[in-house]
Write a protein that binds this ligand. Structure first.
Ligand SMILES: Cc1cc2nc3c(=O)[nH]c(=O)nc-3n(C[C@H](O)[C@H](O)[C@H](O)COP(=O)(O)OP(=O)(O)OC[C@H]3O[C@@H](n4cnc5c(N)ncnc54)[C@H](O)[C@@H]3O)c2cc1C
Length: 468
């Protein structure tokens, strides 16, 4: 395991030369939020925070940190859930939030070039005002594009449109030796050697720092309609999913959730969900260029669901109704967190047909370990979000209980040939499960790749896997 140089006054002076205008924070000026992310239990403060404005500044910093063997941890907005942006080895936190400009809209190539600190919600608004669409839609809209790229964020629209990786045409990245590289570009396809761009996407800031991204856009779909479909139980709901996907209705999103999750979101938001009378629900949405185009599609899907055990089909075709459903869906995580006090999360992805069985298994752990379990997720792509809830448990029971249920969940995911993370990444929290799932041979390959990019292991050390 590597050891890192602690910053001294000389180091701080050099940082102040690189980052003028008070863009170096140290000591008491470092806000407490820089020591954690949105969910993981890991807390560690950096010795200094720097806020670059350009790739050139990132390059100078990384060269200096490599020479001095100082740990550097990139941070977007800190909305991650697995401790990816937490500076577990101290050193320098690289806060990318000031590199937040939209640089170029290229209508001929349908691309948008952005800096990594741009927020997902700002990018979405910018393009939608111009009748364009950037489809990746993770639940947390205040996340940065750099964070989305580094975790290969998924989200609700993955069923039809895919995930962040599918919408990154090109990247500018800075290596730890200071080299600034442009990977791929505005081209729509590329078969030119190893795809380094795709390797950087999802690498959680362990290989290089993203300083610019060229996003792929598509025309904005003029109309969307959502169906909220209650079922008598989760198995009935999930067994309808393959039928919808086979039916040529091409849904954008296909989510599942249970009544208790809706109630938690209602309490959190102080607003009523359109319905919470049934034990389980599917939420399906469709988009297209006109209402006429999607009408026959959603009618066919509704009919299919009613034939296969749906209790009802509620159509959300007004802005208010869509807003009330989707804002509650976006608040599920916070609702569960507020109800439970403390939570731990499992973000496994399993083959779609195993989702209902997996959720039944998760609920069976409640009786076995005395830990409350809640879940919801992306039924259309098999990505579940399952939460162990602390509620009134004593600290030692909670620690023991959450470890036991997480181990059981990840073992079960392996049984279904699933993967440890569908979209949130591995970060600090989920490394043991990754090693167990992938085995030494795959982890050794990843360690070797890490050493090629970052021979001194200064960039986001101790994330995804430990180095030998
Ligand atoms: C309520 C809620 C809902 C969520 N829903 C979803 C969801 O539906 N789908 C989903 O995928 N995620 C979801 N997330 C998780 C989180 O929002 C995403 O992981 C997001 O992509 C993180 O972005 P960020 O800017 O906050 O990154 P951070 O948390 O700051 O960092 C995440 C990782 O990216 C690295 N990083 C950040 N910027 C750079 C850069 N410029 N260069 C190199 N590395 C960098 C960091 O080192 C870290 O490893 C949710 C989170 C919350 C709180």
């Amino acid at each position: 395991m590597n050891s890192y140089t602690r910053l001294n006054q000389e180091h701080i002076k050099i940082l102040q030369q690189i980052f003028t205008q008070n863009r170096v924070l140290f000591g008491e000026a470092i806000a407490e939020e820089y020591g954690h992310d949105e969910l993981s239990g890991m807390i560690a403060m950096p010795q200094a925070v720097v806020q670059p404005l350009s790739a050139a500044e990132v390059s100078q910093l990384l060269r200096f940190a490599s020479e001095q063997q100082i740990a550097v941890t990139p941070r977007g907005q800190g909305t991650g859930l697995v401790g990816g942006c937490v500076p577990v080895c101290g050193g320098i936190l690289l806060d990318m939030s000031k590199m937040n400009h939209i640089l170029e809209l290229d209508m001929d190539n349908l691309t948008l070039t952005v800096e990594p600190g741009d927020l997902l919600m700002d990018v979405a608004k910018f393009v939608e005002e111009r009748q364009l669409f950037y489809p990746p839609d993770p639940g947390e809209k205040s996340a940065s594009i750099g964070g989305n790229i580094s975790t290969n964020a998924g989200g609700m629209r993955a069923v039809k449109y895919g995930v962040t990786r599918d919408y990154i045409r090109g990247l500018e990245v800075v290596l730890t030796n200071g080299t600034i590289l442009n990977l791929s570009g505005k081209v729509a396809k590329n078969s030119s050697g190893y795809d380094l761009k795709d390797l950087i996407i999802g690498s959680e800031g362990t290989l290089a720092v993203v300083t610019k991204a060229i996003l792929k856009l598509v025309p904005y779909p003029a109309e969307t309609i959502s169906l909220l479909i209650p079922f008598a139980d989760l198995s009935a709901a999930i067994s309808t999913v393959p039928l919808i996907l086979q039916s040529r209705t091409n849904p954008v999103a296909l989510e599942f959730f249970e009544r208790e999750t809706i109630m938690a979101a209602e309490n959190f938001l102080g607003k009523r969900f359109p319905d919470h009378s049934a034990p389980a629900y599917l939420l399906v949405s469709f988009d297209g260029n006109s209402l006429a185009e999607i009408e026959h599609v959603y009618e066919a899907a509704a009919e299919l669901c009613l034939k296969n055990g749906a209790l009802d089909v509620l159509i959300a075709d007004t802005t208010e109704r869509k807003e009330s459903i989707w804002s509650a869906r976006s608040a599920f995580l916070e609702g569960i967190k507020a109800a439970a006090g403390e939570i731990d999360e499992c973000d496994v992805v399993v083959p779609r047909k195993s989702v209902a069985e997996f959720m039944q298994f998760a609920h069976s752990l409640e009786a076995e370990y005395g830990v409350g379990m809640r879940g919801f997720g992306h039924a259309g792509d098999g990505n579940l979000h399952i939460y162990a809830m602390r509620e009134n448990m004593q600290e030692s029971d909670w620690q023991k209980g959450k470890k036991a249920v997480m181990e059981a969940l990840y073992r079960r995911a392996e049984f279904y040939e699933g993967q440890v993370s569908g979209e949130h990444g591995i970060g600090w929290e989920k490394q043991d499960y990754l090693l167990e799932r992938l085995g030494e041979a795959q982890i050794s390959l990843m360690q070797a790749v890490k050493l090629v990019f970052d021979p001194s292991c200064i960039l986001n050390p101790q994330k995804i896997f430990k180095m030998k």
